[in-house]
Design a protein. Sequence first.
Length: 158
Amino acid sequence: VRATPAPTVASVMRVGVYESRAVAVAYGRSRLHARVLDELVKDHKAAVAAGDTAKAAELNKAGELQQMRLHLQAFSDAPVDDAMAAVREKLAGVMEKRGVSVLTAKADASAAGVEVVDVTDDVVLLFEPDAATLRIVADMKGKEALPIEQVARMPVGK
């Protein structure tokens, strides 16, 4: 008697992708980011009160750089590693819910046997967005990111 080989099932890898600009907007408008800014402002006020002009200037520059980062992330396609780090402990739940093995900002290309799954909305919800943030994210869909060089010239600070 000859054994019949068991049928093989094609293995499919599911990769979760998210729109980095939407994540940046959700993070930038979140309580998580507000805490980061509140700490920066508190430290700046303390430096000013202590007469430490060098520290105050350093903290002011840090605020400007934070704004520049958010511009590059929200209007172009700069990495959102700081935002993703803020919700890192919750990402496994998104991956399990959507049945994906990997999360990444985008898939420039994929091979046969790879299914790309958009998890943007799931990731955005991790930042507990308000209704206005959800409207902004929805309005972004289908709109192209600005060239990073254009965004880099946007004013920050004062």
